[in-house]
Design a protein around this ligand. Structure first.
Ligand code: COA
Length: 141
C-alpha cells in the first residue's frame, strides 16, 4: 500500500529505515532529502507497517520524474515493496529517470525488471572509482 507521510510514527519509521539503509551518519542527507524532495512510503497491508520509502522530484521543464532515493527495510526486502513504489511513480508520468551506483546489482535488477534502460554512465559520480549509471523508463504508447 502506497501512502504519504501521515503521522509521527510514519516519520519515525522513515528515519529508522533511512539510517538502516544508508547508515546513521547520513542524517544530514536525510534532512536535505526531506527538504527538497517529495516522499512516499510503502506499507505492509496487514499491519500498516512502513516497509520502505521513495524520495522523488518532478522536472517541470522536461516533464519527467527523478527518483532521488529509494530504500526498503532489510527484513522486508524481496517482497516486491521496491517494485510497488517504482511502479507507483511510473503510473504518475510518462518518463522516470534516476542514478544508481554501477555496483548496486539489486537496485539495477529492480529497475531493469520494470523496463528501465541504461542511458549513460557518469564516471566518478559518487567519488573516484564509483560510477553512476543513469537509467530511464518511458511509457510505451
Ligand atoms: C534496491 C531495493 C530498494 C529493492 O527493494 P526490494 O523491495 O527488495 O525489491 P523487490 O522485491 O521489489 O524486487 C523486484 C525485482 O527486483 C530484482 N531484485 C531485487 N532485489 C534483488 C537482489 N537482491 N538480487 C537480484 N535481483 C533483485 C528482482 O528482479 C525482483 O523481482 P523478483 O523478486 O520477481 O525476481 C532494496 O534492495 C534496498 O533498499 N537496497 C538498499 C538501498 C538501495 O540500494 N537503494 C537504491 C538506490 S538507487
Amino acid at each position: 500500500m502506497i501512502s504519504e507521510i501521515e503521522s509521527q510514527d510514519d516519520v519515525a519509521s522513515l528515519i529508522s529505515i533511512f539510517s538502516e539503509v544508508w547508515g546513521a551518519e547520513t542524517l544530514s542527507e536525510f534532512v536535505s532529502n526531506i527538504q527538497s524532495n517529495l516522499c512516499l512510503l510503502v506499507k505492509d497491508y496487514a499491519g500498516g507497517v512502513v516497509t520502505g520509502y521513495v524520495f522523488y522530484d518532478r522536472d517541470m521543464r522536461e516533464n519527467f520524474i527523478e527518483i532521488t532515493d529509494i530504500g526498503v527495510a532489510e527484513k522486508h526486502r524481496g517482497r516486491h515493496f521496491g517494485q510497488e513504489m517504482v511502479d507507483h511513480i511510473c503510473s504518475q508520468t510518462d518518463c522516470v529517470r534516476l542514478c544508481v551506483r554501477s555496483n548496486n546489482g539489486s537496485a539495477i535488477s529492480l529497475y531493469t525488471s520494470l523496463g528501465f534502460k541504461e542511458i549513460l554512465t557518469i564516471e566518478n559520480y559518487y567519488g573516484v572509482g564509483n560510477d553512476a549509471i543513469r537509467m530511464e523508463w518511458k511509457r510505451i504508447r
